[in-house]
Design a protein around this ligand. Sequence first.
Ligand SMILES: *[C@@H]1O[C@H](CO)[C@@H](O)[C@H](O)[C@H]1NC(C)=O
Ligand SMILES: *[C@@H]1O[C@H](CO)[C@@H](O)[C@H](O)[C@H]1NC(C)=O
Ligand SMILES: *[C@@H]1O[C@H](CO)[C@@H](O)[C@H](O)[C@H]1NC(C)=O
Ligand SMILES: *[C@@H]1O[C@H](CO)[C@@H](O)[C@H](O)[C@H]1NC(C)=O
Ligand SMILES: *[C@@H]1O[C@H](CO)[C@@H](O)[C@H](O)[C@H]1NC(C)=O
Ligand SMILES: *[C@@H]1O[C@H](CO)[C@@H](O)[C@H](O)[C@H]1NC(C)=O
Ligand SMILES: *[C@@H]1O[C@H](CO)[C@@H](O)[C@H](O)[C@H]1NC(C)=O
Length: 403
Amino acid sequence: MKNRLDKEDIETRPLVSITRDSSVSLLRMLTTLIIFVVGVVIGLASSSHIDKYFTFQMEQSNPKRTNANAGPVQRVYGENCTIVVNCEKEDCLSMKSFVRPRNYSHRMSDEELFWRASLVPTKDEFPFRRVPKVAFMFLTRGPLPFLPLWERFFTGQDVDLYSIYVHANPRYSLNITNVSVFFGRQIPSQDVAWGSVNLVDAEKRLLANALLDFSNERFVLLSESCIPVYNFPTVYDYLTKSAHSFVESYDDPSRYGRGRYSRRMMPDIQLSEWRKGSQWFEINRNLAIKIISDTKYYTLFKKYCKPSCYPDEHYIPTYLQILHGPQNANRTVTYVDWSLGGPHPAAFTDVNITEEFIQSIRDNGTLCQYNEGFIPICYLFARKFDPSALEPLLDLSSTVMEF
Ligand SMILES: *[C@@H]1O[C@H](CO)[C@@H](O)[C@H](O)[C@H]1NC(C)=O
Ligand SMILES: *[C@@H]1O[C@H](CO)[C@@H](O)[C@H](O)[C@H]1NC(C)=O
Ligand SMILES: *[C@@H]1O[C@H](CO)[C@@H](O)[C@H](O)[C@H]1NC(C)=O
Ligand SMILES: *[C@@H]1O[C@H](CO)[C@@H](O)[C@H](O)[C@H]1NC(C)=O
Ligand SMILES: *[C@@H]1O[C@H](CO)[C@@H](O)[C@H](O)[C@H]1NC(C)=O
Ligand SMILES: *[C@@H]1O[C@H](CO)[C@@H](O)[C@H](O)[C@H]1NC(C)=O
Ligand SMILES: *[C@@H]1O[C@H](CO)[C@@H](O)[C@H](O)[C@H]1NC(C)=O
């Protein structure tokens, strides 16, 4: 900096030393101004960004030239390969892509994404035929071992009744053929560490991406070890006709429940409001919007729920208990077997897969509360299955699961 100033001093010194009267001093100011303006113009011309901007402006204001060398839609590749579309040719505010994004990849930060996903229409009527959809959201590290089973589950179903989202490790790209319903369904993701608050972030990221489609009405969170135990029409009816969301929520007085509560969460979260439940939830659109919009409770969990407190097991159940309890069925629709004890549920391998076992998950003789009454169907999905279970499950799917 000092060197530069010294240099400028030297360059201007001859002018200063020669001039004494005011008219020459005015001339000096003008010269300096001209040099400055020329400098700016040269600077602008050499900047590629502005150059592209000018080119784009020129192409826009010169329809003859545009028509001569472009197809029906003119695309200009800007910095970082973003495609700048000529909105005079393409409907950039098209209703279709606004209510249902065509491509799941985007560059929004979580902050931008959650804000956008939190926007709620105030008008009661939709200017399009809105058929409620179920969003199947897969939270996975790597591959989806039960992909063939899920593909069979979706085969032949109306594509306007469901959507699929996959949040995988950011460095993992699912190898999926373009004929699969899972093709192009991977969303922009971030690293997830087991037991940390960024597991909740990933859940919120899935919800927010799914909320961008205004037709999504129910949101199911699934893992790579989850399977469906009923066919699509049954799952669709069960979820879309339910007055409640299905988030397991209970008060566990042991050290694995209340023992994880921190008094520093007071006064916003009381011990009596502290809940525990499986992370594999099913919620409706209204609750999904509330969850991605919450900052107050999320911040408390981020600050004070650290191992051996696990935000993914407490945040959503507790948040719903405090603010939206009556909307929750307080039970899960994803079967899991904790009967063996220990920190992990039972994992079922190929030898465990029998018709009787799958039937017992579908209906074990117990009735579950549903809307105002009771029904024999308690679970729509089940975990936790080892990849070796795939073949026996595919053998059973048409006879037992009816898909
Ligand atoms: C292009 O990418 C670079 C590096 O990631 C970034 O600094 C720059 O802001 C990006 N430009 C635009 C227009 O997004
Ligand atoms: C992707 O899957 C196809 C077919 O299953 C296989 O041929 C191909 O090698 C896979 N590619 C990668 C990169 O794993
Ligand atoms: C799918 O990929 C194949 C080969 O990679 C290609 O020939 C075909 O046109 C693609 N289909 C679609 C619908 O993109
Ligand atoms: C979505 O957009 C990205 C980048 O713009 C592109 O690479 C990808 O092929 C697109 N996916 C689909 C399914 O069109
Ligand atoms: C679930 O629990 C909440 C809060 O305790 C309660 O308000 C709600 O009625 C319960 N849901 C059902 C379906 O019983
Ligand atoms: C699975 O089958 C094996 C072998 O019969 C048995 O030891 C194991 O307990 C079964 N697992 C479950 C979770 O039922
Ligand atoms: C059947 O499932 C219900 C709901 O999870 C459970 O409470 C009950 O103990 C099960 N009954 C049997 C006989 O396994």
